[in-house]
Write a protein that binds this ligand. Sequence first.
Ligand code: SF4
Length: 392
Amino acid sequence: MSFVAEFNSLAPETFVRRSLAATPTDVRNSLSKDKLSLADFACLLSPAAAEFLGQLSLRSQKLTQQRFGKVVRLFAPLYVSNECVNNCSYCGFSRDNPILRVTLSVEEVLREARALREQGFRNILLVAGEHPKFVSNNYLRECVAALHEESPSVSLEVGPMETDEYRPLVAAGADGLVVYQETYDRKVYTDVHTAGPKKNFDWRLETPERAYAAGFRRLGISALYGLANWRYEAISVAAHAEYLLRHCWKAQVSISLPRLRPCAGEFQPLTQISDRELAQLICAFRLMFPDVGLVLSTRESAKLRNGLIPLGITLMSAGSHTEPGGYTGAGREKLHQTVRGKIVGEGASEWANESATGQFEVSDDRSPQEVANLIQKLGYEPVWKDWDTALA
Ligand code: SF4
């Protein structure tokens, strides 16, 4: 049975209601267990559990250090294209946004990868919008093969594919696939995905399973917080992670914690999750899943990231750019707009001093070295490559 079938019978709203009604006694009861159920997880997300944040933090910190050591792995996103056929209301790359676009050549991708290698990174997340014409499967395979020579660990965050389409990417050296469901609320999903293949909720939800079948051994999932009720999203993500741990047991599963950031199109968040609730969420995920990686990106401010690291974060991006060519300026002479799949105004002089448009504004703009120094100052070891790949 696929996760879609399980999810259809889950009713996350029931768990949300129970979470909102939880009492301090319920929280103590959940905290007393070694192994948490989804109902316990919901309880740890409750307003009542917010009063236990100190205790949650200590438990989460201890568990993380037991399972992962005092280590934070670093990675960098490498955006190769900001072309997209989808309209996702919350994303700067949406096809109807009149932004400056570019798709890097494989040589330009290599330049970007070398710049990241010089900064220390050995763990790269290749990111691209979804556009079969500009970002073909063969192009992605060539990018992965080139990147793999520079970086032992390459993950992908690209448009979902069929299992057989993923296999050449695994063969070329990609070992991880990240796919956010964005929102697990079907109604909100329909509202914010207004055009393009991404409208298909179930197809996206089954993506990690197809990726696993193709041989990916690191799977990253998440909601994008700010679209639907955060507790509803978190309970759904937890159910999804539980499913993947049961059915894709040879893979490492990681959970990201992205909150919406400003972007082209000026979409405003539909819901809020406060900093304190985000901290509570990290602790709840750690207590529910002691061995799952928790990922924190530069969407969050330096100050907040510094404070969240000890709670249970195991993987962080640093020095990130969300525009193609962001690390070297590659591709600037090819900037254009895309109208109905056609390139318009390529290399126009009015854009001579511009960069491609980023997917969203980063918040923590420290250099990778500054982030690594801070991690060390907190008593953790910054690790620049994926250790499992290194051991293999
Ligand atoms: S979220 Fe992804 S699919 Fe949607 S517009 Fe942005 S890049 Fe395209």
